[in-house]
Every structure is written in C-alpha cells, then in structure tokens.
Design a protein around this ligand. Sequence first.
Ligand SMILES: Cc1cc2nc3c(=O)[nH]c(=O)nc-3n(C[C@H](O)[C@H](O)[C@H](O)COP(=O)(O)OP(=O)(O)OC[C@H]3O[C@@H](n4cnc5c(N)ncnc54)[C@H](O)[C@@H]3O)c2cc1C
Length: 416
Amino acid sequence: MNSKHDVLIIGGGPIGLSSAYYLLKAGRGVTILDSNEIAKGSGSGNAGHIVPSHIIPLAAPGVVTSALKWMLDPNSSPFGLKIRLDLKYISWLTQFAAACNEANVNRALEPMKNLGFLSADNFAKMIVEEKFDCHYQTTGFLNLYKNQAAFEEGKHEAEFMQKYGIPVSVYEKNKITDVEPAVRDDVLGGVHFTGDAHLNPAIFLQLLGERVRAMGAEVFENTPVTGFESAGGKVRVVKTSVGEFEAEQVILAAGAWSPIVARDLRINIPVQPARGYSLTASAIQNMPRQALILGDRRVAVSPFGNQIRVTGRLEVGEFSTMPVPRWIQRLEEFAREYIRLDEKLDIKETWAGLRPVTPDGMPIIGRSPHHSNLTVATGHAMLGLSLGPGTGQVVAELVSGNDTAFDLVAFGMERF
Ligand SMILES: Cc1cc2nc3c(=O)[nH]c(=O)nc-3n(C[C@H](O)[C@H](O)[C@H](O)COP(=O)(O)OP(=O)(O)OC[C@H]3O[C@@H](n4cnc5c(N)ncnc54)[C@H](O)[C@@H]3O)c2cc1C
C-alpha cells in the first residue's frame, strides 16, 4: 500500500486527537496512525485534571533534593528512578538536574500560562459545542496538607500564583471541611485553585476519537510507524506495518515513544518516559467534591460521578506499562490517610501509563529544524490532557501557516 494524505498524525492520544480536531475544523484532511487503539494510550487512565494553575514546570528548584530524599524511603516514595546504562538517558538526567533552577521557572511561567489558559478555554467550548458528557466539573483543584511546613509552602506558592492571575483560595483547618467534607480530621488545611477543572479522561478521549472520525478523519489503528524516508528537507514517506504513507504535513505526537518513532529522522527529541499508576473504584460513600492532590504523598484523587480514581507515582526512565500491584495498594493506603474511603474499595480497574517528559519540563511544540513539513508535539509530562486542546489549536495554526494564538518560541525544538 502507498497512499497520499493531507495531514498525517502519528499518535492518537490527547495531543494527536486534539490536533486532529482543530485541523479538521480548519478544513484540513486528517489521517491518524496509532500502534494501538486511539484514545487508549497514556491518557485514558490518568487523573483527568485540567489545571491551568500548573504554570511551574516539572524542572524547578528543590526537585532534585526532594527526589533524593524520597528515594531514601523506597516503600513510600512518590518518585522512582530506573537505572539504565544508556548515554541518551544519562544525558537527559543531567540536563534535567541542571534545569531545576529559578531561571528555568521564570522562562516557563508566561508560555505555560498562555498554553494552559487557552487549553482550559478550549475544553470549556469543546465540551459545550460537542455536547461531550464526560463528567466535566469546574469545581477546582484542592491541594490538601497534613504537614505544617508543606502547608506554609503551599500558601506561599498560592500568593505567587495569584500574582500571575491564577485564582486561588486558602482554607485553614476550621474551614477545610466546608469546602471538602471527605477529608480526615487531621488534615491541616488546603489550597484551592478555583479556576481548575476535571473530567473522566477515558470518556472524553473516546468521545473526541468518535468526533474526529465523524468529522472525516481516517484512522489506522494497530498500525505502528516503523520509519521514514526524508529528502530535500522534507519527510517524503512514513513507513508502517501495513505500507507507506505520503503526506503534505506530518505531526509527530507519539508521547513517550516519540524519540523511538523518530530515530530515522536524526532529530533530537529529548523525551523520557515517567510511569505512573491509577486505580479506579466504584463511588464511595463520602465522595470528594472536587479533584484533590494529597500533600507530601503527591497522590491525586478524582471523582467521576459513579467512580473514584486515585493516581500517583512518577518513575523516570520506566517504559513498561504494567501496573505494579504493590504500588496500586500503596495508592489506596495513601488516599486513606487524607480522605474517608469506604472500608473496602470495589476496584474496577488498575492501570499504568507513561508521561512524556523533557529535560526542562516544558512541552515541545514546533517545526523540526530539518524538515519543513514535520511538526513535533510531545513532552507534556504531567499535563498532556490538560494542555491537549490548547496544543491542538496551535498545532493546527502552525501547520496551516497561520499566526499562532501566542508565540511558540519557548516550546521550540531549537532550545535543546
Ligand atoms: C498516573 C498519571 C496521571 C496523569 N494525570 C494527568 C492529569 O490529571 N492531567 C493531565 O493533563 N495529564 C495527566 N497525565 C499525563 C498525560 O496522561 C500525558 O501527558 C498524556 O497522555 C500525553 O499525551 P500524548 O498524546 O502526548 O501521548 P500518549 O497519550 O502517550 O499517546 C501517544 C500515542 O502514540 C501511540 N504510538 C506510540 N508509538 C507509536 C508508533 N510507533 N506508531 C504510531 N503510534 C504510536 C500510542 O499508542 C499512543 O496512543 C497523567 C499521566 C499519568 C501516567
């Protein structure tokens, strides 16, 4: 098979599907290739948090110290590090450690805010326009604390965020049960990012996949991209397990697998996987009212109508998507420390997925420096769902040669 296409998207996760949606709206022809099923990758079992408040990138001051401290406590650590003797991986770790500074945060704040706010607006519009019934709730995102020093730090961060126009309220112990009755008595308080939202990502992605098919996207599932042919500064052929595809424009949105997919292209995509887990259970008696993050445990809790999901752990360098039972059990135990779970949870699903992480913690959204028809959109780390519709819009603008909603230079590949 050798077929010709307008825009070919590699990867049908939150980034690929959002790009497809905005390209189709702009009148482009779209073909999606996925090695698996679309809407099922690293997005479906995640926490579903839509968090424009998250303008501080993963690479920030104190992260390396916290990671080292956590690693001394391997049974409870929210962080893990795979040991791999691979030069690219070691170079990535070194670059990440070097980027954990204030200058990196200052560089990221404005672009992350632009992308996060655009994305949150696009979610709100898309969900109304497309009538997506996916438990979308604009009840904010509440950080809970049981440790006074961490709570003080949280309040300090809240003040900082307010200066950047992020709406936030702080609740002391005497008020926290008014905003979240599901908390345990020893929770000291919380910081509530009231502009944030959450939804059930599996339902949202399934509906988005169905919508892009209905809008005319051709979808090839179980069709892994195996290589490329390039000539004259362009990608000429995309090779797959079922034959070759030619396209005017190619978008690489294969999440944590992007560097592997792109190895023929000789471009530098410094992305490493960071595995995380989730468990999904039937609704509990004291359902939380909003999306939660549980202080030092760094565990997220999301209420999805008749279900509750608990997610967590960040295991850098780990490529397997097998959930590890010990960590699933730890997630439940950590959640019990903060909220009143039922004595026995009716667990429906356990899951693991890979966050695609860059060394500076910012996504890559931009043209390949060596291929005029290749756009790379990956590296969204913990925010690939949240930043999906914003990324999709700017990718569609870039591919169509239009002005983008904001300057994308901070997200460009040239920064590496
Ligand atoms: C535990 C956990 C909780 C999270 N919580 C949140 C959250 O609350 N909010 C949030 O915004 N983000 C969250 N994330 C992060 C989010 O899930 C990711 O950032 C997001 O899935 C990345 O989207 P993507 O489209 O870039 O990649 P993916 O979702 O990984 O999609 C990539 C697609 O590419 C396909 N692919 C791979 N190789 C090939 C190939 N050779 N050929 C063709 N296709 C290929 C894959 O099958 C997959 O469908 C969480 C992640 C985890 C693990």
